[in-house]
Design a protein around this ligand. Structure first.
Ligand code: ADE
Length: 247
């Protein structure tokens, strides 16, 4: 999969993406990164890419022409790619979206700055508008790295078998169960006995229950969409009666 990122801070994207698992995947040729510096397409020789907002108000707005020229230079004669514009005004990013975007061979990402981007260039080139959550960052670069990381690990071959994401948070609509490794006792806290039992079915049930317990405590709304069987529901009910007993 190839990412093309239109940004004012290409070093930030390159550095962030070259680390760790995504860096290894680039070396293996599974992922490719191309950063286009929007400033190279500025309208004047001072490198200006922003201007005052029509209608007044605080802050500056990124101008349409430099972004459009950067985009055209990247696309050349090729087909119009899918382009994600990162913005707090977008739909909230989820694991489902990451899986969907990982199907693309080519993904363009536009990082905004200042108070926003001239709407007209977005209408022209953006196919998706995505927010990474209900808070405001200073620019789209960190959100771009978040999105690229989540998408990349869903590209076949990027994760090794051991790292593979099938078992973890959100893949089954629940939060992940707690994990333990050596030492067996830390600060007086032992590893749960069952995890040392070697009894795979019991371990799987314990993990499932802990996932359910956590999800109910921290993100109860996820339970409404998760696929739950009879045993799951019984366990959740037992948690309710535990609470009632305590009260
Ligand atoms: N740019 C600034 N804040 C953002 C957010 N929360 N998500 C995506 N892009 C952003």
């Amino acid at each position: 999969m190839r990412f093309t990122v239109l940004t004012l801070f290409p070093e930030l994207i390159e550095q962030g993406f070259s680390a760790s698992i995504t860096g290894r995947a680039m070396e293996k040729g599974l992922l490719e990164l191309r950063c286009i510096n929007i400033r190279d397409f500025a309208s004047d020789r001072y490198g200006h890419v922003d201007d005052y907002p029509y209608g007044g108000g605080a802050g500056m707005v990124m101008q349409a022409p430099p972004i459009y020229r950067a985009y055209e230079a990247a696309v050349r004669e090729g087909p119009r790619p899918r382009l994600v514009y990162l913005t707090p005004q977008g739909e909230v990013f989820t694991q489902k979206k990451a899986i969907e975007l990982a199907q693309e061979e080519e993904l363009y990402i536009l990082c905004g700055h200042y108070e926003g981007v001239d709407e007209r260039v977005l209408e022209e080139i953006a196919t998706d508008r995505i927010s990474i959550g209900d808070y405001v960052l200073t620019g789209g670069e960190l959100p771009a790295l978040v999105l690229m990381d989540a998408v990349s690990r869903m590209v076949p071959g990027v994760l090794s078998n051991e790292e593979s994401g099938e078992d973890e948070s959100f893949m089954n609509g629940l939060l992940e169960y707690p994990q333990y490794t050596r030492p067996e006792v830390f600060m007086g806290r032992p590893v749960p006995e069952i995890l040392k039992s070697g009894h795979h079915a019991n371990i799987a049930r314990w993990r499932r229950n802990e996932s359910l317990r956590r999800t109910k405590e921290v993100r109860p709304e996820l339970l409404e969409k998760a696929e739950l069987d009879k045993t799951d529901r019984k366990f959740l009910q037992s948690l309710e009666s535990d609470i009632e007993e305590k009260n």
